[in-house]
Design a protein around this ligand. Structure first.
Ligand code: MF3
Ligand code: CO
Ligand code: CO
Length: 272
């Protein structure tokens, strides 16, 4: 996701893409989804996050694609792995996953210059009921945001749909990171805030590409950045979840580029 304060990669202009660009994004989105599909059976108690990152990198390179995060603004890994109270940008390393963790894995690939950016929540063995509930709320929030995507609506309609639902479920929406335009550029205009007012923000038009990637906390919304400069955690140490799709706006609505071809976008989570 994009740090809202950092606009250095933006031209400021929202690009409108043609049919060939949609075709490019389908390929990139598919490979990103397949990478997360590939990881699913490996997300088990004892799995070392650095080893999951190795699997993702090898998969992407073996498919002739480029791991977009590797070397991106100094990031040294292929994926972000964010368990429990880590909101986003968790850096894979020595940490082993434990039974009961809920964990986000976020991958971005570049295929023929096009970016596919997606993330999912996985349960590591059975998880606490409140952890499963948070994950369910987060996926539903993304769905409600997606449902607002059609020409004539505005980015604020997306944010409002997400925020009003999440808060009605007594959870909170992270403010410090947002979705983003993407295409040949990784983080482009427009910003897609996951909170806001109906009828505000940028007008949606056919041909726009962007991500929706709400981060939802069980507790309050403030986050803090750890000393590594990447890892964002909830200030109150409450659990956080996120899921992300890359989409294109069509004449009638939207197309999701990052759906799992095998229907695994929501890996089943069992409750302890
Ligand atoms: N994939 C993230 C996003 O959704 C970006 C991660 S950038 C990294 O935009 F450098 F942290 F990998
Ligand atoms: Co993103
Ligand atoms: Co992402």
């Amino acid at each position: 996701m994009t740090d809202i304060l950092d606009a250095e990669y933006r031209t400021g202009q929202i690009k409108l893409h043609d049919a060939a660009a949609f075709e490019g994004m389908r390929k990139a989105g598919l490979l990103a989804a397949q990478c997360l599909d590939m990881l699913t059976p490996h997300v088990v108690p004892g799995a070392v996050t650095g080893a999951l990152d190795d699997l993702a990198r090898e998969f992407i390179v073996d498919h002739g694609a480029i791991p977009a995060c590797l070397g991106y603004r100094g990031y040294t890994k292929t994926v972000c792995i964010s368990p429990n109270h880590i909101v986003c940008h968790g850096i894979p390393g020595e940490r082993a996953l434990r039974e009961g963790d809920i964990v986000n894995i976020d991958v971005t690939v570049i295929v023929d210059g096009w970016h596919g950016d997606t993330s999912r929540m996985y349960g590591v063995g059975p998880v606490a009921p409140r952890a499963k509930r948070l994950v369910d709320v987060t996926y539903e929030a993304l769905d409600r945001g997606l449902a607002m995507v059609k020409p004539g609506n505005r980015t604020g309609d997306i944010g409002h749909a997400i925020q009003s639902y999440v808060e009605s479920m007594r959870c909170s929406v992270v403010r410090d990171f947002c979705g983003h335009g993407l295409g040949k550029v990784f983080h482009d205009a427009p910003n897609i805030l996951h909170f806001g007012q109906r009828g505000t923000g940028e007008l949606l038009r056919a041909g726009m590409f962007f991500t929706i990637e709400p981060m939802v906390n069980l507790g309050k919304h403030p986050v803090k950045l750890l000393a590594d400069g990447w890892t964002a955690v909830t200030r109150d140490k409450s659990l956080s979840a996120q899921c992300e799709h890359s989409i294109g706006v069509t004449e009638t609505g939207f197309e999701v580029f990052t759906l799992s071809p095998t229907g695994q976008y929501r890996p089943p989570i069992t409750v302890a």
